[in-house]
Ligand binder design. Structure first.
Ligand SMILES: *Cc1c(COP(=O)(O)O)cnc(C)c1O
Length: 238
């Protein structure tokens, strides 16, 4: 069973890496400039352990409790793996205090109130000796401003980025986006790329552009993505 799953994940990972590499080469980019976040939501910690064996260290979850449990399980299964856990989903502010105990990054920050809640939670965690590093934060951009999917409208992103950058216990990593259903992904990614360039002009450390998922990672790599977030193409259908 485990051997079958290991082989399946190895094949899927090779295929995803090849897609990223091909898109990067076509865009004149270095494939090694595009990171891979394995989105492991709904999949067991045993799968995360196998992905870690294959060399992955960045994992994404969209629920606080599931992520927290899986991070603890992985630490038991693979004590030597220095995993980095990202929260990629919509987040209620009251989860912030729990989340800062296990998450290294929140990729889906889209409101001033959430920024403030994360800063307060990260400050408490630092005081309590629960974390030393600042929490990495990406501002999620919503190209079509649809409130359902999360993300801040383009016009609000620069102020949100400034707010994150002004927080002592947060580090502004850059921007994240999910392409809307009703817009060509190229168009959405081009918009966010331009926005990311502007944000980086005021915040040189904000070098991450997290864009692209199983279905649209090529378009995202064409438009400057430095991190693709892949679930289905690696692990199968949820
Ligand atoms: C689930 C999820 C992904 C992964 O999507 P796939 O289509 O399964 O690759 C990426 N980003 C976010 C924000 C997600 O919620």
């Amino acid at each position: 069973m485990t051997d079958d799953r290991r082989a399946q994940l190895a094949d899927a990972l090779a295929a995803v890496r090849e897609r990223v590499a091909e898109a990067a080469r076509a865009a004149g980019r270095d494939p090694s400039d595009v990171g891979l976040l394995a989105v492991t939501k709904t999949w067991p910690a045993s799968d995360v352990a196998l992905l870690a064996d294959l060399g992955l260290t960045a994992f994404g979850e969209n629920k606080e409790q599931e992520g927290s449990a899986k991070a603890a399980e992985l630490a038991d299964l693979r004590p030597d793996v220095a995993a980095r856990w990202h929260v990629v989903g919509r987040l209620q502010r009251n989860k912030a205090r729990h989340l800062v105990r296990w998450a290294h990054a929140v990729d889906s920050v889209d409101s001033p109130r959430l920024v403030d809640a994360l800063e307060a939670a990260a400050a408490k965690a630092a005081d309590a000796g629960e974390r030393v590093e600042p929490l990495e934060v990406l501002v999620q951009v919503s190209v079509d401003a649809d409130p359902e999917r999360g993300g801040a409208p383009v016009g609000e992103v620069p102020d949100l980025a400034d707010r994150v950058a002004g927080c002592e216990h947060l580090h502004l990593g850059g921007l994240m986006t999910v392409a809307p259903m009703d817009v060509a992904p190229e168009e959405a990614f081009a918009t966010v790329w331009e926005l990311a360039t502007r944000v980086r002009a005021s915040h040189p450390g904000a070098t991450t552009l997290s864009a692209g998922m199983s279905g649209d990672l090529e378009a995202a790599v064409t438009y400057g993505s430095t991190c693709v977030r892949v679930g289905t193409a690696l692990l199968g259908c949820r």
